[in-house]
Design a binder for this molecule. Structure first.
Ligand code: ZN
Length: 345
């Protein structure tokens, strides 16, 4: 029986050593020390032994049981620590992994051009004025010296909502509204915003586009003030060595009226595809505010004068960035828009 006990101990110790995880070790514990295990059986069988052998055998069984229990416990501690270690390794964060990129957006090229123009005029003391895009016929046409039936209305095919309401065809109604609100005071504003015309969309036309107009009204405002302002503007937007040229033109709300050209920024005036071989590029329209427009807004044209100008940010953006089709600005193709990096000057 002693030999049987020895064999049992060695067998148990080997299985304990071989157990590779906590569950396996628990199975070994139940198998050897459990109520139905061989050690319990041996203790139960003690009664069959001769009385003089019982104490010796009892002690031996107890020693074997303690040895096996100790081996189990120390192995258990080891396996538990290993399990915790493995868990920690699994859950740890790998700080060497590259971070997730946070994509940064760009300003839309039109927004950039509009803000650049605004910055220039704000630095010259102008304020920004805004008005409704759904406008009264009165402010869009009549107050600007374009009474009903005036032939120049045909230049601006309009989206009418009712007989007296339309989508504004230019930002000029903001000028009319500002003059009316200022009640004879001096004015120095620019009006950026969206405008609408019944154009067929193609590479250079869109039924919706943006405009920026400027208006200065006060005493002693002269044509030379307009020319000086436009000259500075051209140099700021297209380079310090730009020259400007004013050509006579017609607008119902200004008299005299001019178109302003700048010397070509690509060829410097020699002639190229950007300036269509002329050396000049048309940028905007301008003029001295028509006395009728001043009168309708409550100003006395014998006391105050004013100048106004208007331009299309799309055209300026197309020239500055070499965009060939105006529709690119509105189709929201991310491949187009992402070319205008925010860090670019
Ligand atoms: Zn050129």
């Amino acid at each position: 029986m002693e030999q049987q006990l020895q064999q049992l101990k060695e067998e148990a110790l080997k299985k304990i050593q071989d157990a590779s995880d906590v569950k396996e070790l628990n199975d070994v514990r139940v198998a050897y020390l459990g109520k139905k295990g061989p050690i319990t059986d041996l203790l139960k069988g003690m009664g069959k032994l001769p009385a003089e052998e019982r104490p010796k055998m009892g002690a031996l069984v107890n020693v074997v049981r303690e040895t096996v229990t100790e081996a189990l416990e120390s192995r258990m501690t080891l396996l538990e620590e290993a399990a915790i270690q493995a868990q920690l390794e699994n859950e740890s964060i790998d700080v060497t992994l590259p971070g997730r990129p946070a994509p940064a957006g760009n300003h839309h090229p039109l927004t950039r051009v509009v803000e650049e123009i605004e910055d220039f005029f704000i630095s010259m003391g102008y304020e920004i004025a805004e008005g409704p895009e759904v406008e009264k016929d009165y402010y869009n046409f009549e107050a600007l010296n374009l009474p009903k039936g005036h032939p120049a209305r045909d230049m601006q095919d309009s989206f009418y909502i009712s007989e007296d309401i339309l989508l504004r065809t230019h930002t000029s109604p903001v000028q009319a509204r500002t003059m009316e609100a200022k009640k004879g005071e001096a004015i120095k504003i620019i009006c950026p915003g969206k405008v609408y015309r019944r154009d067929n969309d193609d590479a250079t036309h869109s039924h919706q586009f943006t405009q920026i107009e400027g208006l200065v009204v006060g005493e002693n405002i002269r044509m030379s003030d307009l020319k000086g302002t436009l000259d500075l503007f051209a140099k700021k937007m297209f380079g310090a060595d730009r020259e400007i040229r004013l050509r006579p033109s017609f607008f119902p709300f200004t008299e005299p009226s001019v178109e302003m050209d700048i010397s070509c920024f690509k060829c410097g005036g020699a002639g190229c595809n950007v300036c269509k071989k002329t050396g000049w590029i048309e940028i905007l329209g301008a003029g001295m505010v028509h006395p009728n427009v001043l009168k309708m807004a409550g100003y006395d044209p014998s006391v105050v004068t004013g100048f106004a100008f208007g331009m299309g940010p799309e055209r300026i953006a197309m020239l500055k960035y070499g965009v060939e089709d105006i529709r690119h600005f509105y189709t929201n193709d991310i491949r187009f828009i992402s070319q205008f990096n925010r860090t670019e000057a």
